[in-house]
Design a protein around this ligand. Structure first.
Ligand code: ADP
Length: 392
């Protein structure tokens, strides 16, 4: 039986959405409201015979808050010209992306008063996202009475990480008092990608793998990047930490550095805690090293034109990623599949080639012909590679 779901990702001043026809997971419509409350813009696309067509591109929308934006969204979705629904009641459930579920949630849940209270409890861990995510839920509850709301957490998939992998060796009291530990993010992506890889391997080589032992490393490489080690479908380690800043070099985030380097810069440059946060999150990474851009394409172009710092940013990225995949292979006790996903993972032909070549010591062999593609689900390792490599 087919049914429709609305998926919402509410940010502090934005709202992204998609309407899916299930169980095929066909995207019927998608779009984004930006700068809600100030100069709100609204872009809305619908599926027309398999093609994504932009049917609205409004530069000025009367949306003073998320309540207005969701009201406009529902009108748009049920409109004769721009809509994909007969009425709001065609929606069976609304899924809400929630950034931080702390230790409260290890899976998606139907929203209740207790769930909202628990999301509220996690606000100190996700101060920029959780309030907006919660607001999206509350507005939908109000406007779409009787339609189930489901919360889906970025952190939930990582709740199977064992304590020795999620604890930082700081005084234990800070874990008890403030919940300081590794949580991990991009969980929905890592869960989906590792499940796809498991599916491929089990179908392709019946009897070869024990599904409870299957070892997968997933590389989510976008503006924000993280990698995850998955054993038997369960996450055992991930590179992001208490916040999405940990791990390796990203578009404008620094990834892991000696913590004392930060307190040293803070003292020398007279930076406040919030200025320090901005420096680490917005001025570091590809942008901070290259001085060119936080966008991989710009950095690659500059490096190709001979910009040495752009080349350095790429070299740091390849090196840190190779090192992390190696350490996760050690943590897993081997690896059966490595997967690439997100903007750079799906489109970065050069990145995938470089990483696979760096991993040749473990028997990874790349099929350059198969790798010469963007945004497709494809196996890019050769038949005699000892590890399967996928773009998902
Ligand atoms: P976000 O974390 O914001 O969701 P995305 O997953 O969309 O980010 O990834 C954005 C990154 O993907 C950018 O660094 C962008 O340069 C990179 N990217 C997109 N297309 C390509 C491409 N053709 N080649 C290399 N990198 C690409």
């Amino acid at each position: 039986m087919s049914f429709k779901e609305l998926i919402i990702n509410a940010g502090s001043s934005s709202l992204k959405y998609q309407v899916f026809e299930m169980p095929e997971a066909k995207v019927l419509a998608k779009g984004i409201f930006e700068q809600i409350g100030t100069d709100c813009t609204f872009t809305h696309k619908v599926d027309k015979d398999g093609e994504e067509v932009k049917v609205l591109d409004k530069k000025s929308v009367e949306a003073k808050d998320h309540h207005d934006a969701i009201t406009i969204l529902l009108e748009t979705l049920t409109d004769k010209e721009t809509g994909v629904l007969e009425s709001m009641n065609d929606i069976s459930a609304v899924g809400h992306r929630v950034l931080h579920g702390g230790e409260e949630f290890s899976g998606s849940v139907v929203v209740t008063e207790d769930v909202k209270a628990a999301i509220r409890k996690c606000i100190p861990l996700g101060p920029l996202h959780n309030p907006a995510n919660l607001m999206g839920i509350e507005v939908c509850e109000e406007i779409m009475k009787g339609i189930p709301q489901v919360a889906v957490f970025d952190t939930a998939f990582h709740q199977t990480i064992p304590d020795f992998a999620y604890m930082y060796a700081l005084p234990y009291k800070y874990y008890l008092k403030h919940g300081i530990r590794r949580y991990g993010f991009h969980g929905t992506s890592h869960r989906y990608v590792s499940a796809r890889a498991t599916d491929f391997l089990m179908k392709k080589y019946p009897g070869k793998y024990n599904p409870d032992e299957l070892k997968v490393v997933t590389c989510h490489l976008g503006n924000g990047s993280s990698i995850t080690a998955v054993k038997g479908g369960k996450c055992i380690d991930t590179s992001m930490g208490l916040t999405p800043l940990d791990g390796f070099i990203m578009g404008s985030r620094c990834g892991a550095v000696d913590p004392t380097a930060i307190t040293y810069i803070q003292a020398k440059e007279n930076l406040s805690p919030s200025e320090t946060d901005t420096m680490m999150n917005k001025k570091s990474g590809f942008l901070g090293i290259s001085g060119v851009s936080s966008d991989m394409r710009d950095v690659e172009n500059a490096a190709a034109e001979g910009n040495e710092r752009a080349q350095l940013a790429l070299d740091i990225f390849y090196y840190q990623l190779t090192k992390l995949i190696g350490s996760y292979t050690a943590a897993l006790g081997g690896v059966d599949a490595i997967c690439f996903t997100a903007g750079i993972g799906e489109n970065g032909i050069g990145t995938r080639e470089k990483i696979c070549e760096n991993l040749s010591y473990m028997g990874v062999k790349i099929d350059k012909g198969a790798n010469n593609c963007r945004g497709k689900e494809v196996k890019i390792s050769t038949a005699d590679s000892s590890v399967e490599v996928y773009v998902i």
